[in-house]
Design a protein around this ligand. Structure first.
Ligand SMILES: C[S@@+](CC[C@H](N)C(=O)[O-])C[C@H]1O[C@@H](n2cnc3c(N)ncnc32)[C@H](O)[C@@H]1O
Length: 259
C-alpha cells in the first residue's frame, strides 16, 4: 500500500475519484479564497517554497525566537518529545500547515515503526516542494520506516475522521489562519483521547509599546500575534491536560494531551 493509499481510510468523506496527480491528495481544487493577506499570498507563491527551508525559516524564525531560542534541530526534537512519538511507533500523526514538509519528514524520521505522518497544507506550491523533497534521500540519513504523505486541504476544516490521529503537530501555521480557533477545534476533534498536540506560534510581548507595534505590524501583513496565555487557555477550554509552554522572544511552543 502506498503512503497516499494509507491516508484514504483516515478521511471523513473519501472522494470517489481522488486527485493525486501532483503527488499529494488534492481536496481543494480551484476553491475560492475568502481572505487574502500578504503572508498567505507569499505562502502560495512559486518563490517562497524554494527558499523556505534553507533560508526563510532559519532567518525569520531565528529572529523571532531570539538568541536563546532553540535551533531547528532542537525544535524537531521538542516536537517528537512533546508528542511522545516513541510511544506510537506505528501510529498516525498529522502535521497541520506542513508547508514544504520539513516538519512532516522530521516527525516521520522520529518514528521507529511503520507509522504514517500526514502533512496538510492549503498551498499547492508548498506541497509540490514537500512531495519533491520527500522523494529525495535525506542528507542527514534520516530515512525512518514511517511513511509521509500530503493532503491539500484547509486547517480550519480538516477532512479527517474524528479521533483519526495519535498525535498532531502545528508549527508556524496558527498565526496565518483566518480562524485559528476553528483550527484548534478541528485539531482537537481529529486527535484521539490521550493523544498529544504541539504548536509553535507567535507571542505578543507584554511590553505595551512593543506589544502594540507587533500587533499592528502583524495585522498589516496577515500575522496574528497571540497573547502568552491565549493558546493555553484555548486548549484548557477544549479539555487538554498536562499543558506545557516555552516562550522565546516573539514565539511560543505549547503542548498538551487531549482528555
Ligand atoms: C510558515 S509555513 C509553516 C511550515 C512548517 N510547518 C514549519 O514550521 O516550518 C505556514 C504554512 O501554513 C499554510 N496555511 C496557511 N493557511 C492555511 C490553511 N487555512 N489551511 C492549511 N494550510 C494553511 C501555508 O500555506 C504555509 O505553507
Amino acid at each position: 500500500m502506498t503512503a497516499l493509499e494509507r491516508v484514504l481510510p483516515l478521511l471523513d468523506r473519501p472522494p470517489a475519484e481522488p486527485d493525486v496527480s501532483r503527488g499529494y491528495l488534492d481536496l481543494l481544487g480551484e476553491e475560492a479564497r475568502q481572505h487574502d493577506t500578504m503572508a498567505q499570498r507569499l505562502m502560495r507563491s512559486g518563490f517562497l517554497p524554494k527558499i523556505y527551508e534553507d533560508v526563510w525559516r532559519p532567518v525569520m524564525f531565528g529572529l523571532s525566537k531570539g538568541p536563546l531560542g532553540p535551533s531547528v534541530e532542537e525544535e524537531y526534537a521538542l516536537a517528537r518529545d512533546w508528542l511522545d512519538l516513541a510511544a506510537v511507533p506505528d501510529g498516525t500523526v498529522l502535521d497541520v500547515a506542513c508547508g514544504p514538509g520539513n516538519i512532516t519528514r522530521a516527525l516521520a524520521a522520529g518514528m521507529t515503526g511503520h507509522g504514517l505522518v500526514v502533512g496538510i497544507d492549503a498551498s499547492s506550491t508548498m506541497l509540490d516542494r514537500a512531495v519533491a523533497e520527500t522523494a529525495r534521500p535525506s542528507p542527514r540519513g534520516e530515512n525512518g520506516a514511517a511513511d509521509a504523505a500530503y493532503v491539500r486541504g484547509d486547517a480550519a476544516d480538516l477532512p479527517f475522521r474524528d479521533e483519526a490521529f495519535d498525535a498532531v503537530c502545528c508549527f508556524g501555521g496558527l498565526y496565518l489562519f483566518d480562524d485559528p480557533w476553528a483550527a484548534v477545534d478541528d485539531i482537537t476533534r481529529v486527535l484521539r483521547p490521550g493523544g498529544r498536540a504541539v504548536f509553535l506560534t507567535t507571542r505578543r510581548p507584554e511590553l505595551p509599546l512593543i506589544g502594540t507595534g507587533s500587533a499592528v505590524l502583524g495585522r498589516l501583513t496577515g500575522i496574528r500575534m497571540f497573547g502568552t496565555d491565549d493558546l493555553c487557555h484555548a486548549l484548557r477550554g477544549r479539555g487538554f491536560t498536562a499543558l506545557r509552554q516555552r516562550t522565546y522572544g516573539l514565539m511560543q511552543f505549547v503542548g498538551g494531551t487531549r482528555s
